[in-house]
Ligand binder design. Sequence first.
Ligand code: FES
Ligand code: FES
Length: 161
Amino acid sequence: MSDIRITINGQARSLNVPSMKRLLDVIREDLQLTGTKEGCGEGECGACAVLMNGELVNSCLVPALQANGASVCTIEGVAIDGRLHPVQQCFLENGGAQCGICTPGMILATQHLLNKYPRPTYEQIQEGLAGNLCRCTGYMRIFESVCKAAEADYLPDRGKA
Ligand code: FES
Ligand code: FES
C-alpha cells in the first residue's frame, strides 16, 4: 500500500491505495467519480482517458503510484459553475454522444486538442481523437461537434488539469 496525493478536479486528496492499483479504479472506486469509463482495460479505446498534468492519459494504464503528486482532471471537472462546458454543449447539440460510454474520454481528448490547437484543422481533429474509439456515432457527429466547439467561445484555460 502507498500513501498518495492527487489533486482531482482542483481538490487535493490523500489516499492509501495499492501502489499498482489502476488510476482508473482509484478514480472510480476510491474517489467515487464514475464518469470515467472502462472500455477495453488495455489502453486501446480511450474510454478511460483523463487529463493528468495537462496530458491526455489512459487511466487504465497508469498505476496509482505514478499519479502521486499529479493534478488530474476527469469529466466531473469539466463543467463550469454547474453549467456545461462549451465542448460538452457542442457534443449535446450536435449528436456527438449516443450511448455515452466513449463520451467522457472524447470530451477530455477534445479539450486536450483544443488546448493545443484552439482552431484545429479537420485532420488535427481526426488525429487528436484517433486514440478514442466510438461504436455508435460513426465519428462524423463527433468531429462536427469538435468543429463547432472550436468555432464557439472556447476557453483554453478551462479544463486543464
Ligand atoms: S479502458 Fe483504458 S484505454 Fe480502454
Ligand atoms: S457514443 Fe456509444 S461508444 Fe461512442
